[in-house]
Design a binder for this molecule. Structure first.
Ligand code: 5AD
Ligand code: SF4
Length: 558
């Protein structure tokens, strides 16, 4: 059976899709990049903003039309929408055969099998309540997560890393935590992905080693708030006595007193800094170790010291500020003030002057005034953000914000603020990129750039999009059209390699290559005559930077 799997949303979803793909491949399923060829169509969905959901619904609609025309397709909705909409989606979209939330992805093969075996019954139009039962039930997720006895762990552990050819083989995600306990008022994640669960360090290190053995040189550790990773050894064990995932302690643990409490009775604790250091020391063939996303609170000096001491850990922080107004930050329940955020960034830059800082901002949060927005503008101007993902507030069912506040900032005002902030961010980004001109940078080569003819033409040559959610860039001519928040090499995976249109300054006939610096700056350069493109892809090369755009460095291979 051929499977088409499309992923919406964040890195967490990308990783989930990769694991699902590996699991299904090991069971004999084959994948296709064309939905028209597939007999199983799976959408791994995102609920973070309404727009991402609308996009998935439109895809579901297209498959519905094909099914109505008589095509035999199994349609599965995975991820956060399956968790959030549940039975309601099955009632409204009868073409959906199965739902599988992020906490039950290990069950997906069984759910597909159920659909196949019950095709006859379903054809006689089973009531949607019964189809929910066939499609798995939600109680499983909360029950297992509450006990921190997480069979999802098996999915991560059983990961089959299959080289697919091309640059994407050199780069992988590794999960360190699942879920989130922070309950920012606008966010669905704590509801769709459940409580924060931290994986045992041994499992994480083993996974990194296996990936490195398979040729991976760049690992991105992922979690909703990676710096809140903390594992108390000896407090959660599996039946066979080995360490098991455990529920995170929550923000209170990150005070000196809180950490001391975790260590009472002589318990050994692995902190995020300890985990980074251990991976760096024990898996030296990983040349780039990155992590996303950091919570701008409780980011101790210990982590910064590890970054400073370990050359293979990337000096790149994705630490979303969300707003520059203390009043809005409070309504968002972010747990820090703008002064604290700035103090954090100052501390980072004092210890790691070459660090790249990226973030997320929400405009148009309920009650946001011009004054609040100006405070956000001031923050964006004051911090050397290499880029910010800017989102218009989108009320999400089930969140505190939707219950507590009216969505009172008019759409037009949200759009205006969004565009203003994008323009300002573009200037800030250009300044950040300009600093690298004349320097040599290390670039992990991803592949040929696409439609690179605009590079360097104007300060706003590449504009980060605020429309489609994390991972999507709005500029049509961007060399990297998707996956802005996905790890570098994955960006161009699946795209045909080959000559691209030329950027100004590109030698006639030369192919322009794209990659990223360790600070995640997109860098383009010509492949010199006589050098093989395929040999360069997936390696780290030195590029002398000669020019820049607002979101791009341009240079030549040293
Ligand atoms: N509306 C708009 N943006 C949101 N985000 C999360 N929830 C919402 C929402 N309801 C943004 C935040 C977060 C990023 C992943 O998505 O900026 O950091
Ligand atoms: Fe959502 Fe806040 Fe958790 Fe991030 S930290 S996933 S914004 S609740």
């Amino acid at each position: 059976m051929k499977v088409y799997l499309e992923t919406f949303g964040c890195q967490m979803n990308e990783l989930d899709s990769e694991l699902v793909r590996g699991h299904l491949l090991s069971l004999g399923y084959r994948f296709t990049s064309s939905p028209d060829e597939a007999s199983v169509v799976l959408f791994n969905t995102c609920s973070v903003r309404e727009q991402a959901e609308s996009k998935a619904y439109s895809r579901i609609g297209i498959v519905g039309k094909r099914k109505a025309a008589g095509e035999q397709i199994i349609l599965g909705v995975l991820g956060c929408m399956a968790e959030r909409d549940g039975a309601d989606m099955l009632r409204r979209y009868p073409q959906v055969d199965l739902l599988c939330g992020p906490g039950e992805l290990d069950k997906l093969p069984m759910l597909i099998d159920n659909v196949r075996r019950t095709e006859g019954i379903r054809a006689r139009s089973l009531p949607s309540t019964d189809r929910v039962a066939l499609a798995g039930n939600k109680s499983r997720r909360s029950a297992t997560l509450a006990a921190a006895e997480d069979s999802l762990e098996a999915l991560d552990l059983g990961r089959a890393f299959e080289p697919r050819g091309g640059g994407s083989d050199r780069s992988a995600y590794v999960r360190i935590t699942r879920g989130c306990n922070k309950f920012c008022t606008y966010c669905v994640v704590p509801y769709t992905r459940g409580a924060e669960v931290h994986r045992p360090p041994d499992h994480i290190v083993d996974e990194c080693k296996r990936l490195a053995d398979a040729g991976v040189i760049e690992v991105t550790l992922v979690g909703q708030t990676v710096n809140h990773y903390v594992y108390v050894h000896g407090s959660a064990t599996a039946v066979d006595g080995s360490e098991a995932p455990q529920v995170g302690p929550g923000p209170a643990a990150f005070t000196a007193a809180g950490l001391a409490r975790l260590r009472t009775g002589g318990s050994k604790v692995t902190t995020f800094a300890g985990l980074l250091h251990r991976i760096h020391e024990q898996v030296p063939s990983i040349q780039r170790l990155r992590f996303v996303t950091s919570y701008p609170r409780d980011f101790g000096d210990e982590v910064l010291d590890v970054l400073g001491a370990c050359p293979r850990i990337c000096r790149y922080l994705h630490a979303p500020a969300q707003s520059g107004s203390n009043r809005i930050l409070k309504l968002m329940n972010r747990g820090y003030t703008v002064e604290e955020y700035r103090e954090f960034i100052d501390r980072v830059l004092a210890k790691l002057p070459d660090a790249s800082i990226a973030g997320d901002i929400i405009v148009g949060f309920p009650t946001e005034t011009d004054e609040d927005f100006e405070a956000t503008v001031a923050l964006v101007r004051a911090v050397p953000f290499k880029n910010n993902f800017i989102f218009k507030y989108s009320p999400r069912p089930g969140t505190t914000a939707i219950e507590r506040f009216a969505d009172d900032v008019p759409t037009e005002v949200k759009k205006l603020r969004n565009n203003q902030l994008l323009a300002i961010q573009s200037e800030v980004s250009a300044d950040v990129h300009k600093r690298w001109v004349g320097q040599a940078v290390q670039v992990l080569v991803e592949g040929p750039s696409r439609a690179s003819q605009d590079v360097g033409e104007s300060a706003s040559d590449l504009t980060w999009g605020a429309t489609d959610g994390p991972g999507v860039v709005s500029a049509p001519n961007s060399p990297v059209e998707a996956g802005a928040r996905t790890v570098g090499l994955r960006v161009l995976a699946g795209q045909p390699a080959g000559p691209t249109r030329r950027a100004p300054g590109t030698a006639p006939g030369a192919t322009q290559l794209v990659g990223r610096t360790s600070g995640d700056l997109i860098t383009v350069f010509d492949c010199p005559a006589g050098r093989s493109i395929t040999d360069l892809i997936g390696t780290i090369v030195t590029v002398h930077v000669t020019g820049h755009g607002s979101l791009i460095l341009q240079g030549s291979l040293v």
